[in-house]
Design a protein around this ligand. Structure first.
Ligand SMILES: CC(C)(COP(=O)(O)OP(=O)(O)OC[C@H]1O[C@@H](n2cnc3c(N)ncnc32)[C@H](O)[C@@H]1OP(=O)(O)O)[C@@H](O)C(=O)NCCC(=O)NCCS
Length: 194
């Protein structure tokens, strides 16, 4: 691989941890990422507006790529977002949920610096690995991931599964409550804001 570690960002860019004050910016970038990727889903921005709260890092963490010549440290041109997970046999890990550099700033090693920063942060928290999914048709991203030597789990026989929408709701609504102890039972009287 030709990529060096810790490449110079030319002094024009900075990477910093997102804070609550960046909520609007992260929502904007998330929407940009979704639109650039050809997705029409409007939920991403709305979810960020809802979930970017004081307990931010209990659900996800986020870093921002800032273009310094604009002199506006709140105007970011890229971001990475991830959440934490745990496998008993592999320990702590993180799941990368977004990696995005806006088109004008692509091709300058910034995506590399973003994912490298994620690796540094999660490693310092004891994570053993970083995982994520990508669309099979996102050839640009796949080339990028191959360059950082990411393994393709599909080639290792791993299938990615999910339960969403009505199927998820139906499963959660099933009559299993009688098997749960009081401590584990969902508090149905509490109104969920979702
Ligand atoms: C994927 C993405 C984050 C890469 O960021 P970037 O800053 O453009 O990439 P870098 O400049 O750090 O590239 C690092 C290496 O990957 C290669 N690479 C990056 N994007 C590539 C592309 N679209 N096609 C081919 N190679 C690519 C670069 O050529 C570079 O290789 P080199 O070191 O041999 O020169 C960025 O293109 C992006 O945001 N894309 C849209 C959103 C997206 O698809 N995100 C991933 C979703 S899973």
């Amino acid at each position: 691989m030709s990529m060096k570690t810790d490449r110079d960002m030319g002094g024009h860019y900075a990477i910093r941890r997102a804070t609550l004050a960046d909520k609007e910016d992260v929502a904007r970038l998330t929407q940009e990422f979704t639109t650039e990727g050809g997705m029409t889903n409007q939920d991403a921005s709305r979810n960020i507006q809802r979930d970017f709260t004081s307990n931010l890092s209990s659900w996800f963490d986020c870093i921002l790529l800032v273009y310094k010549p604009t002199n506006d440290l709140s105007h970011s041109v890229g971001f990475a977002m991830w959440s934490y997970g745990y496998f008993p046999y592999k320990g702590r890990y993180a799941e990368l949920t977004n990696l995005y550099v806006s088109p004008k700033h692509q091709g300058k090693s910034l995506g590399y610096h973003l994912i490298q920063s994620v690796a540094k942060i999660i490693r310092s928290k004891g994570c053993q690995r970083l995982r994520w999914s990508t669309s099979a048709t996102n050839h640009g991203a796949k080339t990028f991931y191959a360059k950082i030597k990411a393994e393709n789990l599909a080639r290792k026989g791993v299938e990615l599964l999910q339960l969403v929408d009505q199927n998820f709701i139906d499963l959660a609504a099933g009559d299993t409550n009688r098997y749960l102890t009081d401590v584990d039972k969902p508090k149905s009287k509490l109104k969920s804001k979702y």
